[in-house]
Design a protein around this ligand. Structure first.
Ligand code: SF4
Length: 212
C-alpha cells in the first residue's frame, strides 16, 4: 500500500477534456484513502467561464450524500452572503481543496462527524484543484478557511492575518488574485453568529469590489 508521502491524485487527472472529463475521472480517484469511507467524490460545480472560484475545505455530510459542493447548512450561509455582497452565486465556480468527505463515526448509523483533512490529504488532492484552476482561469479566488488557504498558499497561511485582503500570489505557476475569508461553517459554530456572519459578508464585499 502507498505510504502517506505517496498519496496523490496525479495519475487520475486527465490531460484534456475540460470540466466534464475532470469530473468523470475524479469520480474514480483513489489517490488517497479518503475515498474508502465516503459515498462519492464531490467535484466542483459551476461554469468554466465563472469569474470567481470559491475554494472550501471538503464536502460535508449533505454534500457527500448529494454529490454536490456547498448544498448543506454552510452552503446556505455562503449563498446568502454571496448574494448580499453582490456576487452572483450563478457566476461562481465552487469547489473544495479535498474532494472526499472525511469523518469519524462512533458506530454504524450514528451521525458522521466532520474531521479536518490533513495537509498530506489536501496535497494529495491538489492536482484536482490545479486542474480546475487551469480550466476555469478565474479572475479571483475566494479562499474559504484555513485548509483551502494552506492548500493554495502553503502551511504558514493564517486566515486571521489575511482575511478580507486582496493577495497576489503565484499558484501552480500562474499569477492569481485571492481574497481569503473564513469557512461559512465557522459562522454556524460561532457563539455570536450574527457577528461572524457580518465578518464573512465584509470579506466577500472586498472580493466583489476586486472584481469590479
Ligand atoms: S480526497 Fe482527493 S486525492 Fe483523495 S481519493 Fe478523494 S479525490 Fe482522490
Amino acid at each position: 500500500m502507498a505510504t502517506e508521502d505517496a498519496y496523490t491524485a496525479e495519475p487520475f487527472v486527465p490531460a484534456r477534456g475540460g470540466l466534464p472529463a475532470l469530473r468523470k475521472a475524479a469520480a474514480a480517484c483513489r489517490g488517497c484513502p479518503l475515498h474508502r469511507d465516503a459515498t462519492q467524490t464531490v467535484f466542483g460545480a459551476g461554469s468554466a467561464d465563472a469569474r470567481v472560484m470559491l475554494v472550501g475545505e471538503q464536502p460535508g455530510d449533505q454534500e457527500d450524500r448529494q454529490g454536490k459542493p456547498f448544498v448543506g447548512p454552510a452552503g446556505r450561509v455562503l449563498e446568502r452572503a454571496l448574494s448580499e455582497a453582490g456576487l452572483d452565486p450563478a457566476d461562481a465556480y465552487v469547489t473544495n481543496a479535498v474532494k472526499h468527505f472525511k469523518f469519524t463515526q462512533s458506530e454504524p448509523r450514528k451521525r458522521r462527524i466532520h474531521k479536518a483533512p490533513t495537509l498530506r490529504e489536501a496535497a494529495a488532492c491538489g492536482p484536482w484543484l490545479a486542474a480546475e484552476l487551469a480550466v476555469v482561469e478565474p479572475e479571483l479566488i475566494v479562499v474559504l478557511g484555513a485548509t483551502a488557504g494552506k492548500a493554495l498558499l502553503g502551511s504558514s497561511f493564517r486566515v486571521t492575518q489575511v482575511r478580507g485582503t486582496v493577495l497576489e500570489e503565484e499558484i501552480h505557476g500562474h499569477p492569481e488574485r485571492l481574497v481569503p475569508t473564513v469557512h461559512p461553517s465557522s459562522v454556524l459554530r460561532a457563539d455570536d453568529r450574527e457577528a461572524a456572519y457580518r465578518g464573512l459578508l465584509a470579506d466577500l464585499k472586498i472580493a466583489a469590489q476586486a472584481l469590479e
